[in-house]
Every structure is written in C-alpha cells, then in structure tokens.
Design a protein around this ligand. Structure first.
Ligand code: MN
Length: 252
C-alpha cells in the first residue's frame, strides 16, 4: 500500500508532518507538496512555466507549484511506481460548505480521484486562538484510512473530512454530512501601498447560511468529525430539459 500525501499549506506545515507520521504504520508514505502556502489555489494547474520538484529529505518532495500540480506530477511522471491513494492535509483551517470550491486541500484530493482507492481531504477547524490539535486531525485521518483499507468505498469518491479543533478524546464521533452554504463573503479590504496606491485583500469567507442538522457546519459545531462524500459532476441535471427547451428558439 502506497499513499501519496499532499496539502496546500506547504511541505513544512505541521499538519502534513503529523499526517505522514500517523500513516506510516499503514502504508509507505510519500509527501509531494507545494514549496510554500498555496491555500485558496483550488484546482489550478501551472501550464505557462515548467515545474520543478526537489527532494527535501527521503520520501518528502516539494514542488514549486500548486497542490494540483503536486498531485498531478506525483501520479503521472515523478515516480516509477503508482500510488494507491491520496490523502491531503491536515489543513490549517476548516473546509466547509462553499470553501470546497476554493480549497487547495480538497483540490489535491480531487486530483487523486483516479487512483485505486477513494481520496481523502482532512482539515482541522482551527480559529485564531484555538488549540491547534493537529494530532487529532492526523489521528482521524489514520482512522479513516484504516477503515478504507478494511472496507473500501467506491472508486472516484472524495471524502472531505473536517475535524473540530479539540483533543482526540473530546471528539464525539463521526457524522456523514452534506455541504452547507455560506453567506456571500465579506467585502474586499482596501488599503494603501507605501506609494499611496490602492491595494486590496480578499475579505474573509461569509458566515454560514445553511448550517442546519445534516450539514458539515452543524456536525463540527456539535463536536463531531464531519465526513462529506464529494463528486465532480457539476451538471445541474434538473435544469437540462428546461435549458434544452430554452435553446429551442435559437435553433429556429
Ligand atoms: Mn491551507
């Protein structure tokens, strides 16, 4: 069993080191991760410049690129062997609801979906001043992977796991959840550079809007590990017929 581990916080991040250590008794683990923090990179590929990969230490590689670059390269050319699954994380911060669209952590997992086993993205729901229990996140990742090895789920499945930032013994258990929704994000923050020119910071994500029972938000608020099965099919199947009718006028 060979597991590829990646993230979007960079190969030096505490979360990825904890994750590697937690999985080593289950599988041969290789880290291929970005050289620096690429949170928010989503599913981006670098196509305009070549990618460079460096071996920082045995079984730990960093790539000057995005999380998707890392996993793409790792499963299609960097090695002369195949990995069985990708585990991404443990991210420093939640990836709940709409966050999934922007998340480099989830993107790294998505890029590994064609391997033999479901892929897993693990995020620790850190907040300013919270305990930063990366050991809990890593322990949860290990339990999920061990369960997948014992009883595999369908191929091409992506599990988005969010862990409350609590000591492992205080976690209340696991919940299968759906993604909730956030309100629109906070406005961009305008500032000035030293030459008086405007610069902008992307504002924080909006507060949760759909966070009721059954959602990922609700599970972590209640102290449970949230596990959301994701798919890539973005087609809005219920609108297909209506759009076909609507286009009819254009077909003369
Ligand atoms: Mn991140």
């Amino acid at each position: 069993m060979k597991i590829l581990v990646s993230n979007d916080d960079g190969f030096r991040a505490e979360g990825i080191r904890r994750l590697k250590d937690a999985l080593t008794d289950l599988a041969a683990v290789t880290i291929v991760a970005p050289d620096r923090n690429r949170s928010g990179a989503s599913n981006s590929l670098t196509l305009d410049v070549p990618l460079r990969a460096f071996e920082a230490e045995p079984d730990v590689y960093f790539v000057v690129g995005t999380p998707t670059d890392c996993v793409h390269l790792a499963i299609s050319g960097l090695f002369d062997f195949e990995h069985d699954m990708v585990v991404s994380g443990v991210n420093d911060g939640a990836n709940l609801g709409d966050d999934v669209l922007y998340s480099g952590t989830v993107a790294a997992a998505i890029e590994g979906r064609f391997l033999g086993l479901p892929t897993v993205a693990v995020s620790l729901c850190t907040l300013p001043g919270s305990g930063r229990h990366f050991a809990s996140g890593a322990a949860v990742a290990r339990e999920i992977v061990a369960r997948l090895l014992e009883k595999p789920l369908e191929r091409n499945l992506i599990l988005n796991v969010n862990v409350p930032d609590l000591p492992r013994e205080q976690l209340r258990g696991y919940r299968a959840t759906r993604l909730g929704y956030r309100h629109r994000s906070e406005p961009a923050i305008r500032a000035q550079d030293p030459r008086g020119r405007p610069v902008y910071w992307i504002g924080p994500a909006g507060p949760e809007q759909d966070a009721g029972p059954g959602t990922d938000f609700h599970a972590v608020t209640e102290g449970f590990v949230s596990v959301t099965p994701l798919q890539i099919d973005l087609t809005r199947h219920t609108a297909l017929a209506a759009v076909g009718d609507w286009l009819g006028a254009l077909n003369g």
